[in-house]
Ligand binder design. Structure first.
Ligand SMILES: NC(=O)c1ccc[n+]([C@@H]2O[C@H](COP(=O)([O-])OP(=O)(O)OC[C@H]3O[C@@H](n4cnc5c(N)ncnc54)[C@H](OP(=O)(O)O)[C@@H]3O)[C@@H](O)[C@H]2O)c1
Length: 241
């Protein structure tokens, strides 16, 4: 994570899995002005205990914010709250990490699973980018440096090769999660179109595949084509700048 020098960072789905690990690694960096907005659906609930412990270890560095990617009003409220805490410096880095997986093939995928994966993996990130855009624009303007960088103003969408139209068909038999793959393909298109639209504001947008990491989302038996990494290896933002 040493390459990331962004000051104000927001991560969705930060209470467990890759999101929590990313917050952990960002707090270990020696970046004195850094502030991390770690968002999750249920800040007071049992699934957020590890995140609350991390906040205690790093007082003043992490703020937990409620954000449910399936709930447009919670996205709006979160943006209001973060905006009031950001002041004039803006948001340097928005990491759309929250995501869900649903299994299925053409013959077994349900309308409900398609709707749920689209809601969390595509519609949520779209609304999040929209609500946080003013703060990213502020950061881009405030930076005073040319070009685009995730240390200046950027959106990083945590995607997957499961959303790759060219790669997925050959992997599908070992990873039969059609609703997830179709939603992540949509997420990739969202990233490309956001990159195009936000280029004028000098805001970088990109999608990353984290590699296969053992989390709740990937708890099925190990895939044969790629070994799983342990979570400590899931340095999803390494070398992004
Ligand atoms: N693990 C891998 O091998 C792998 C590979 C490629 C890509 N990815 C991507 O990496 C991202 C993180 O995955 P992970 O492996 O860390 O999964 P995970 O351990 O299951 O964590 C998923 C996170 O997303 C949150 N979330 C789910 N629905 C949400 C919603 N509606 N609103 C807000 N937060 C929500 C969960 O919060 P709750 O605790 O409230 O459920 C949790 O914090 C995903 O986008 C995934 O597609 C993972």
């Amino acid at each position: 994570m040493a390459a990331v020098k962004a000051c104000n960072i927001l991560i969705t789905g930060a209470n467990r899995g890759l999101g929590l690990e990313t917050v952990k690694q960002l707090t270990e960096d020696s970046c004195p002005k850094r502030h991390i907005f770690a968002t999750c659906r249920d800040p007071e609930g049992p699934k957020s205990e590890a995140l609350r412990e991390l906040v205690k270890k790093h007082p003043g560095v992490i703020t937990i914010i409620r954000l449910d990617a399936d709930d447009p009003s919670s996205i709006k409220e979160s943006a209001k709250k973060v905006g009031s805490l950001l002041g004039n410096s803006g948001l340097n880095l928005l990491v759309n990490n929250a995501g869900i997986v649903a299994r299925g093939t053409i013959q077994t995928s349900s309308a409900e699973n398609m709707k749920n994966t689209f809601s969390t993996n595509v519609i949520g990130p779209l609304l999040i980018i929209k609500e946080y855009l003013p703060y990213l624009q502020t950061a881009a303007k405030a930076s005073g440096t040319p070009g685009m960088s995730c240390n200046k103003a950027a959106v990083i969408n945590i995607s997957t090769v499961g959303g790759s139209i060219s790669t997925m068909p050959s992997l599908f038999s070992q990873f039969p999660v059609l609703p997830y793959c179709v939603s992540k393909a949509g997420f990739n298109m969202l990233t490309v179109l956001a990159a195009d639209e936000l280029r004028a504001d000098k805001i970088l947008c990109m999608a990353l595949h984290s590699g296969w990491v053992k989390t709740e989302l990937r708890r099925e038996k190990a895939l044969h084509f790629f070994p799983h990494s342990e979570l400590q290896g899931g340095d999803v933002l390494r070398n992004v700048n």
